[in-house]
Design a protein around this ligand. Structure first.
Ligand code: GLP
Length: 241
């Protein structure tokens, strides 16, 4: 695991954007895995700036998002579909047909999950996966548990995740209880992974991810088994390592 500690959120975001851009420069039809949440917002802003300055071109890029809430439509401002278009895709030249996000309104969730796996496989796998991390060590929506999902599946969200994510919703009751999420193997099959973390509330999760034993109780700790992981974290998140 390579660990890069940056002074603050802005520097962390810029560093992540440069790393993603270098992947696209290396291979213009890169398959990029993307994350939502507050953490990658700065990276998306920087990438939009770079696109506007003609420093990066997304025309041939394909993306796969990690997860989506069950029961939220694409038009719902709390859906990850909405987040991705609003914060990133609407501002760059990516082709709509190259954007992949699990469908939270699918009539048959099992089929949706299997199809999502096939889409990734048929694209030749993910070249670079961007991850955030939950304060409880979750990645995507793979929550701490005795057993973790291997492939893309419907998952039950834990109480603390519902609480943490309720800041985006009108009320905690409005946060969906389930989501579709890439599984651990889906994530770990990516050729390269970058994990971003910022702020004091991630400090324990980062410590457990970097130096704890590998445990399904800290899903991110499984990243220790991957040969090409770069963690880009700010000083606050790195305080215990
Ligand atoms: C959500 C997402 C994760 C994300 C996590 C942390 O639960 N499913 O992909 O990493 O939240 O979010 P934030 O970056 O807002 O702390």
């Amino acid at each position: 695991m390579k660990i890069i500690v940056e002074e603050n959120y802005e520097k962390m975001s810029n560093r992540a954007a440069l790393l993603l851009a270098s992947q696209v420069h290396l291979k213009e039809n890169s398959k990029i895995g993307l994350a939502t949440g507050g953490t990658p917002m700065g990276m998306y802003n920087k990438l939009i700036e770079m696109y506007e300055a003609e420093e990066i071109d997304f025309f041939q890029v394909t993306t796969f998002n990690l997860d989506e809430y069950c029961g939220l439509s694409k038009e719902n401002p709390n859906s990850y579909h909405y987040y991705m278009f609003d914060n990133f895709f609407n501002h760059i030249n990516i082709k709509k047909e190259n954007i992949n996000i699990p469908n939270g309104m699918a009539a048959d969730y099992n089929k949706e999950c299997r199809d999502y796996e096939s889409l990734i496989e048929n694209a030749g796998g993910i070249d670079l996966q961007v991850l955030g991390i939950g304060a409880n060590g979750h990645i995507g929506f793979n929550e701490p548990a005795e057993k973790l999902n291997v492939m893309t599946e419907v998952v039950n969200l834990r109480e603390e995740t519902i609480k943490a994510n309720s800041r985006y919703f009108e009320a905690e009751e409005k946060v969906p209880k389930q989501a579709i999420s890439m599984g651990m193997a889906t994530i770990l099959k990516s050729k390269r992974i970058i994990l971003l973390a910022s702020g004091k509330n991630k400090v324990e999760a980062i410590k457990a991810t970097v130096s704890g034993k590998i445990s399904t109780r800290v899903p991110a700790s499984l990243l220790q088994t991957h040969p090409e992981v770069t963690m880009i974290i700010d000083k606050d998140a790195a305080a215990l390592i």
